[in-house]
Ligand binder design. Structure first.
Ligand SMILES: Cc1cc2nc3c(=O)[nH]c(=O)nc-3n(C[C@H](O)[C@H](O)[C@H](O)COP(=O)(O)OP(=O)(O)OC[C@H]3O[C@@H](n4cnc5c(N)ncnc54)[C@H](O)[C@@H]3O)c2cc1C
Length: 431
């Protein structure tokens, strides 16, 4: 059976490893940390996975917490005016529920399950020399090391990388408040000129929590995350951030505590797209996947969903390849197939960043869509479900003409529904 090596045991690498293992491949994964080290490490992500990604895990029998609360069943979106007054507020329901499981709990559990199913794990960070040795003895070597240093062996594709530096300064914290259990959906806040803050209900080792990702415009009033050096300081900064910029979120968290001393993180993500193939000193080639190749700012919660998509694409194309070599043409084709899908979350994320970047604002048609979502539930649901499948945005969000046409149709359907209800109640009244 063909041997596949995967460097990095996060969302993309492990999901792919489970899939290939179940199809009889000899899979070795390389992890820079043991399950114990991952479980005890820093919170890496809010990890909101939407319905399609959850379904992929279910199909591989690795959705170990399926259906356990808190689930992601809706998104409550709020947009303020420049002074911070709520200007737009709507709630959209997801057609399929999503879920966030703390990646520390999830990946440490997955690693143990992978070993239990017969997968081979090698612990220790892989460097360039090690990568060459691994590539020499495997039919295919995949680098799924996320934001790890080794990703830099893949060169940046400037044609697909619109920003040259991180667009947000990010603070993240996982909050537990037993008096106010985690809600069944995402709270998504946009504050023009300040940044975004979203709370994702997350299952942690300490129980249900809400993980807040607070994305500040660099150098702006909310860019305060470098002040946090301890969990206590981060908790205080977070509460102050709610009070200063998102006061409607305060009440739920006045008594909240941090999930664990490592349940927070501050930093920044440089959005970029890389070339899919790296040439090693020996002349051998390796292929990258997920964050290694398409790294987006987390403002739309797309990275882990994207990693899940890439794992599915790679799994399918490895199976289709049969016994033919995994050569450069095949490697490029895997990326092209992935990019067919990954371009959509990338465009969505970069568009939402641009909406709130200095000197720019949401275009009129996008504002009209968000405002209409406050009155027409169908529009709210469709926009919210685009977090699960951002390709749908091409049909109604980016192009002013398509938006106008869609909104006219959606309003007409809404009117009809209202009229139908009014007719029914008048019939009911006569009866
Ligand atoms: C603040 C924040 C919030 C986020 N929230 C969301 C969200 O809500 N929804 C969402 O979809 N995405 C979110 N993301 C993004 C998401 O977490 C990532 O996109 C996703 O985990 C990427 O998966 P991956 O497999 O590429 O890499 P990862 O999951 O990062 O896994 C890579 C693994 O490789 C290991 N590694 C690195 N170098 C080496 C090496 N040399 N040798 C061996 N192992 C190595 C790492 O330790 C890590 O375990 C968020 C990101 C951030 C920063």
């Amino acid at each position: 059976m063909r041997s596949i090596a995967i460097i990095g045991t996060g969302q993309g690498g492990l999901q792919l490893a489970f899939g290939l293992l179940s199809d009889g491949y000899e899979v070795t994964v390389y992890s820079d940390r043991t399950p114990e080290q991952i479980a005890a490490g820093r919170l890496p992500s809010s990890n909101g996975l939407f319905g399609r990604a959850v379904a992929r895990e279910r199909a591989l029998d690795i959705c170990f917490w399926d259906g356990e609360p808190p689930l992601i069943e809706q998104t409550d979106a709020k947009l303020t005016d420049p002074e911070g007054h709520l200007a737009v507020e709507f709630t959209g329901r997801f057609a399929q529920y999503g879920q966030s499981v703390d990646q520390r709990l999830k990946f440490s559990t997955w690693l143990e399950a992978f070993a239990g199913r017969g997968g081979k794990i090698v612990y220790g960070a892989v460097d360039l020399a090690g990568l060459d040795e691994i590539a020499a003895v495997n039919d295919l070597t995949i680098v799924a090391a996320g934001k790890g240093e080794i990703a830099k062996i893949f060169s940046v594709d400037q044609t697909r990388t619109p920003y040259q530096r991180p667009q947000r300064s990010i603070g993240m914290i996982s909050l537990i408040n037993t008096e106010h259990p985690a809600p069944d959906g995402v709270s998504y806040n946009i504050r023009p000129g300040i940044g975004e803050a979203f709370g994702i209900p997350m299952l942690t080792a300490a129980g249900p929590a809400v993980t807040w990702v607070m994305e500040a415009l660099p150098g702006g009033p909310m860019d305060r995350w470098s002040q946090a050096t301890t969990a206590e300081e981060m908790l205080e900064l977070t509460k102050r951030t709610f009070a200063d910029f998102f006061p409607w979120e305060m009440a739920r968290y006045t008594e909240a505590h941090i999930s664990d001393p490592n349940g927070w993180l501050c930093g920044a993500v440089p959005p970029l797209v890389r070339e899919p193939i790296a040439l090693l000193p020996s002349g051998r080639k390796v292929v990258g996947m997920a964050d290694v190749l398409v790294l987006n700012d987390p403002c739309c919660g797309q990275g882990a969903n994207n990693a899940s998509t890439h794992a599915e694409v790679m799994h399918r194309l490895i199976l289709d390849r049969g016994s033919q070599p995994f050569d450069e043409t095949w490697m490029q084709a895997t990326f092209d197939r992935f990019w067919d899908q990954a371009q959509h979350p990338t465009k969505f994320t970069n568009t939402m960043l641009a909406f709130n970047n200095p000197g720019s604002a949401p275009p009129e048609h996008a504002m009209e869509l968000l405002t209409t979502a406050t009155q027409v539930p169908e529009v709210a649901h469709r926009f919210v479900n685009a977090f699960n499948d951002p390709s749908d945005l091409e049909n109604f969000f980016y192009d002013p003409e398509l938006t106008t046409r869609y909104l006219a149709e959606a309003r007409a359907r809404h009117e009809l529904r209202l009229r139908g209800r009014a007719d029914l109640s008048s019939v009911g009244g006569k009866g």
